[in-house]
Design a protein around this ligand. Structure first.
Ligand SMILES: Nc1ncnc2c1ncn2[C@@H]1O[C@H](COP(=O)(O)OP(=O)(O)OP(=O)(O)O)[C@@H](O)[C@H]1O
Length: 528
């Protein structure tokens, strides 16, 4: 996290300056209060008034600098978080797909919301306050030494006792924080799952069951939250008790100095003010140390995520024009700790030919294409493009376009959903829409139409055809289409089948149960 602090050192420096000025004026206010009291007791009217005016001016200055301190510490926390959030998202977006799949959406959302909030409050929010109170402690302590060295020593010894409490329960604090964060991630993961299945919950009338599941998950999460808070409150009250106790002893000693005649009433008044000035920062110091200790594992997990780069030792780049063939050479594969789904598969996909993958559901057609995309490594055999193993190819995504069974659309215009933010002319987009039978949308006006979240303002078949047009517009040498005819009526399915078969300028790999014209394919691979 030091990097984020360094990036905003100017703001942190300003925070330190403003808090120093606040502390200097706060201490001066205490001295002025004592002076006003002493002049009043000695019936010196003029000086009482004059010092009373100084007191007013110094209080205004203290408040003014405190306001500036608040402004700069707020900006420091916000700017640091802005950069941390940006780094988090950059890291997330740069992960490769298999790495991305190791976490669920809910976990990412929980990291981005809950964990970021913890870091903002307990780290970037705390650092400037820590600086402020350390500065204040130093300035007030020096002033206290100037006033009376014995009071200063006793105060510093006694008031710093609460600082050791958080350190003593460091492990407990961190464990409670980690348990809460993990449980929160799990909770959000479940909620995102239910939100995704909202229609099904309604349709199957399982609201009560889901509510019960929610209650259980929410209770566990809140109990972890409570546990974390309880540890915090316990240490806070031990610290506060110690602090009040110390305060009492110091006051008794100050009163003793007055009785002995070593202190005037005004000096006693100043000392009480100073000790008040010191006890709040010292109690806060113990709270802040507590925050910094408990936030450590959260910082660590976010930084680990940010720094974790997918190390792919791929250094071969294949030019789109140079693509010749894909070879599955005796490939076997099973998902982690599971039986082999693919056993000794041999397939060959040559430049500009059309292939069909058929076979029973669950026979591994999609999995074989995931091996080609290098999402997983075969347990034996090799998948190669132009005789180069796919895991050694750097620009695999420039060579292969894949259209999945689920039609993924962004909440954006139809144009952007087709171009995927690339520069493609409207004429090309309109031609692609015609090809997939979306004549109603094939005009410039409709390209500006807003597609709502998940394409809810479109029919299933329309969504499918938009993603198909999008895939065809991306001119890569290999195009993989997983069930391109799903959700289409007979007439549209027939016409799109014809359109696809007529594609001769790239290698087409279609996974489908619906294609009728087998003879049009160069080869049909059947999975068992
Ligand atoms: N990420 C995964 N982790 C574990 N098992 C998986 C994973 N993805 C798929 N499987 C399993 O692998 C098998 C093959 O799945 P795959 O999706 O490749 O089949 P498919 O032939 O494409 O089926 P369909 O025609 O129904 O789409 C299935 O039994 C499935 O449960």
């Amino acid at each position: 996290m030091k990097k984020y602090i360094k990036n905003n050192w100017v703001l942190l420096f300003l925070t330190a300056i403003f808090s120093s000025l606040t502390a200097i004026f706060a201490v001066s206010v205490q001295f002025l209060k004592g002076d006003v009291l002493d002049y009043a007791l000695s019936n010196n009217f003029d000086k009482t008034i004059r010092y009373g005016c100084y007191l007013g001016i110094f209080i205004i200055a203290e408040l003014g600098f405190y306001y500036l301190y608040d402004m700069s510490r707020g900006k420091f926390a916000v700017d640091s978080m802005k950069k941390l959030r940006a780094d988090y998202f950059d890291s997330l977006i740069s992960k490769d797909y298999p790495k991305f799949l190791t976490k669920k959406q809910g976990e990412y959302i929980a990291q981005y919301t809950n964990e970021m909030e913890i870091i903002e409050n307990q780290y970037f929010g705390t650092i400037p306050m820590l600086a402020e109170i350390i500065i204040k402690i130093v300035i007030v302590s020096i002033s206290l030494f100037i006033l009376e060295y014995r009071i200063a020593i006793i105060t510093l010894v006694l008031l710093t006792l609460p600082l050791y409490i958080p350190k003593l329960i460091e492990k407990k604090l961190q464990r409670a924080q980690v348990e809460f964060v993990d449980q929160f991630e799990k909770h959000i993961k479940e909620i995102t799952d239910w939100l995704r299945g909202f229609e099904m919950i309604k349709n199957f009338s399982i609201e009560r069951i889901i509510s019960e599941k929610f209650r259980v998950s929410n209770n566990i999460t809140m109990e972890k939250n409570l546990r974390k808070r309880q540890i915090n409150y316990l240490t806070k009250s031990i610290s506060a008790t110690l602090s009040y106790f110390s305060h009492f002893i110091i006051l008794v000693f100050a009163a003793y100095l007055v009785l002995k005649g070593d202190f005037t009433a005004g000096q006693f008044f100043i000392a009480v003010g100073m000790i008040d000035q010191l006890s709040y920062p010292i109690i806060s110091l113990s709270y802040f140390i507590q925050d910094l200790i408990s936030v450590k594992p959260v910082n660590k997990s976010i930084l680990k995520f940010i720094d974790e780069r997918t190390v792919k030792y791929a250094d071969v780049e294949i030019d789109k024009e140079d693509f010749q063939e894909v070879i599955f050479d005796d490939v076997s594969f099973g998902y982690e700790n599971q039986e082999h789904i693919l056993k000794n598969i041999n397939m060959r996909f040559m430049k500009n030919n059309q292939y069909l993958l058929r076979g029973a559901s669950g026979s591994g057609k999609t999995t074989s294409m995931n091996l080609l995309l290098d999402y997983y490594r075969p347990s034996s055999g090799c998948v190669k493009i132009n005789d180069i193993p796919v895991n050694e190819i750097k620009n695999l995504n420039d060579i292969i376009t894949v259209m999945r069974q689920d039609a993924i659309l962004f909440e954006d215009t139809l144009r952007n959903n087709l171009t995927m933010y690339q520069d493609i002319s409207d004429e090309k987009l309109i031609a692609a829409l015609f090809k997939v039978g979306l004549e109603n949308y094939a005009n410039s006006e409709k390209l500006d139409m807003l597609i709502q979240e998940n394409g809810v303002n479109l029919s299933g078949g329309e969504k499918r055809r938009i993603t198909l047009a999008r895939s065809m517009l991306r001119e890569t040498p290999i195009l993989i289409l997983d069930e391109p005819l799903a959700n289409l009526d007979e007439k549209n399915a027939k016409s799109i089948e014809q359109q696809l078969i007529s594609i001769k300028d790239r290698t087409l790999i279609i996974i489908s149960h619906q294609f009728t014209e087998m003879n049009s394919f160069y080869e049909v691979y059947v999975f068992n």
